[in-house]
Write a protein of this length. Structure first.
Length: 294
């Protein structure tokens, strides 16, 4: 499904909403040079209301704290800019990406050289996977990548540096998959390339512990709440690849796709190859939550 309309971009450097062709950021911006930025991705529902905006902006603030960068505006002002950008598109509903970089300045790692932070908000027509895709499910590929140890940046911080996820997704696609599921050097399942992972094993709904080195998704949190409502409480677990491949159901969660079934992993069919009852019930509850949003 695609929401009719257009794409618009808000730039703090100009304090206005512009067309994509006019959306220009300095090549000396630290977001471009070093990935020195934070961001949030969300969708709107209920006629242009950003879904779980408060939670997204709270996480944005935590990400800013994690890289020692204060947000340039309070949450209500950022929310107003998101609304302004969406309204300019004329979209029924929008995909929204809010990015804040440390700003532009002379080349060099020293963050004290940067100017004021740059705010960029992109709002474009919301494009959702087809119902056929949800019914078919995704083919996932397990990709070994160290998400938990060795780095200075907390994996729970949502920064603009996504190179490891890009490489993982490229590997999955090269192996004939639709998406990647990341496995840490400790042999634990962490997350998808842009999603969180859930599995049903022996009738129990599980999702990897945060200590596996993953980003705690907003939709992950919502799905855990909805799962409790329908009598399938989610449990934070240590999930190993063999257990994931042997699960009766697996699905991914993200802000735009919602609940996306996984029907094969590394070529092994999950469950019977169809969408299982827990996933079906949860997706129905999630879609009702989105439909009534706002």
């Amino acid at each position: 499904m695609t929401s009719k309309g257009s794409t618009k971009v808000y730039l703090s450097t100009e304090d206005r909403v512009v067309d994509p062709a006019d959306a220009k950021v300095s090549v000396f911006d630290r977001g471009f040079l070093y990935g020195d930025s934070i961001y949030e991705t969300m969708r709107t529902a209920g006629g242009g209301k950003p879904v779980e905006l408060e939670r997204h902006l709270e996480r944005l603030a935590r990400s800013g704290d994690g890289i020692f960068m204060d947000l340039p505006l309070p949450a209500d002002a950022l929310g107003a800019l998101i609304a302004r950008t969406h309204e300019a598109t004329g979209n029924d509903e929008s995909y929204v990406r809010l990015m804040i970089t440390r700003g532009a300045g002379p080349i060099g790692l020293d963050p004290r050289k940067s100017d004021a932070p740059t705010i960029v908000i992109v709002a474009q027509p919301l494009e959702l996977p087809s119902e056929e895709t949800y019914a078919r499910g995704l083919a996932a590929v397990l990709v070994n990548v160290d998400k938990a140890g060795g780095g200075l940046v907390d994996p729970g911080i949502k920064t603009g540096n996504y190179l490891s996820n890009i490489i993982a997704l490229r590997e999955a696609i090269a192996k004939g998959g639709d998406d990647a599921i990341l496995v840490t050097s400790a042999g634990e399942v962490a997350e998808g390339a842009t999603s969180n992972v859930f599995a049903v094993t022996q009738g129990r709904l599980c999702t990897p512990h945060l200590h596996a080195g993953l980003l705690a998704g907003i939709t992950r949190q919502v799905v855990c709440e909805l799962a409790a409502e329908i009598g399938h409480p989610a449990h934070a677990c240590t999930v190993h690849p063999n257990a994931l491949c042997g699960a009766s159901e697996v699905f991914l969660t993200s802000s735009v796709r919602g609940i996306m079934p996984v029907t094969s992993i590394d070529g092994t069919v999950v469950g019977g190859g169809g969408v299982g009852p827990v996933t079906t019930a949860l997706r129905a509850r999630y879609e009702a939550y989105i439909s009534s949003y706002g």
